[in-house]
Write a protein that binds this ligand. Structure first.
Ligand code: 3HC
Length: 286
């Protein structure tokens, strides 16, 4: 099946980034949010990126206008009825995602592909509420979506080979490099990245080094673009906690157990860059 129209649910950092690269690749994109304020914010993030790129001379005004013509916002999920591919990028909560997939089952056309941008939740649990388990797949982008080249294509035990191939080709068409992974918590990247970030928090909790020195160590010692605390603020402390909990649930190994400090910071409402409170942003006494 040729993918032409793509529905994206969730206009947050991930959803708007996915919408941007998908519209730029020439697909017709529908972006959905739960209320007008969030929809306006998501659309502004996408069009703001094109304004920024035009201002820097990286794209022409005509290109920006062309991209804009490929995206539209909607509050009405029923408009997704003729989408060939629907990608959800909503909150990392399995109940919410299962409710959404059940709703999509009644809206999406029979042969539409349903994808989740989850970072660590089981794809099969979302597929199980539909009658098209073979057409349900994980499509995990990385933050910031327009700049990070990777997409993990996640095969559940029910995903068909054809679906994998269609989504692999889709990822390439939006300028990404796909890797295929099984439907196990954390897939490839977060299974390696999350315990690294948790270990950095434990190191800091235990007074082995300051967060600044840990970050400098990893940037200058290993060539990472960001240290673990900068990355925690960037990715989101809440997102990291949810991913760690999901992986720990499946692999109850101490390496995946969320450290107390991470829990406390999330309980205190410190989510990182997204709300201006984290290890560095708006930091006081952590
Ligand atoms: N579209 C297109 N281009 C954009 C853009 C957009 N929306 N936003 C910014 N750019 C361009 C800028 O114009 C700039 O171009 P220029 O250099 O030619 O002027 C360029 O991108 C770089 O912008 P920045 O100066 O902001 O970028 P930095 O050089 O500081 O790099 C970074 C920023 C790419 C975020 C880098 O620090 C990095 O790679 N950090 C690590 C990120 C990472 O590890 N992400 C993965 C997190 S894990 C995850 O997402 C999984 C999840 O499940 C938890």
């Amino acid at each position: 099946m040729a993918i032409k129209k793509v529905g994206i649910i969730g206009g947050g950092l991930m959803g708007s980034g996915i919408a941007q690269v998908t519209a730029q690749a020439g697909y017709d994109v529908l972006l959905n949010e739960v209320n007008q304020e969030l929809l306006d914010k998501g659309m502004a993030r996408v069009t703001g990126a094109w304004d920024m790129l035009t201002g820097k001379g990286k794209i022409t005004a005509e290109q920006a206008a062309g991209y804009r013509g490929h995206i539209r916002g909607t509050l009405d999920l029923a408009e997704f009825a003729d989408c060939d591919l629907i990608i959800e990028a909503i909150i990392e909560n399995l109940d919410h995602k299962r409710d959404l997939f059940a709703k999509l089952e009644g809206i999406a056309k029979r042969d539409a592909l349903l994808a989740s941008n989850t970072s660590s939740l089981p794809i099969i649990e979302m597929a199980a509420v539909t009658t098209r388990q073979d057409r349900v797949i994980g499509l995990h982008f990385f933050n910031p979506v327009p700049l990070m080249k990777l997409v993990e294509v996640i095969r559940s035990i029910a995903t068909s080979d054809q679906t994998i191939e269609e989504l692999r080709q889709f990822a390439i068409s939006v300028g990404k490099t796909p890797i295929i992974a099984k439907d196990t918590a954390g897939f490839v990247v977060n299974f390696l990245l999350i315990p690294y970030m948790l270990a950095a928090i434990r190191m800091y909790e235990n007074g082995i080094a300051t967060k600044e020195d840990i970050d400098t160590g990893m940037k200058l010692g290993c060539g990472y673009p960001m240290g673990p605390f900068e990355l925690l603020d960037y990715v989101g402390l809440d997102t990291t906690l949810y991913a760690a909990e999901a992986i720990y649930k499946e692999y109850p190994d101490p390496a995946y157990a969320p450290p107390t400090l991470l829990r406390r910071m999330v309980q205190a409402g410190r989510y990182g860059k997204k709300n201006g409170k984290g290890f560095y942003v708006g930091a006081d006494d952590n």
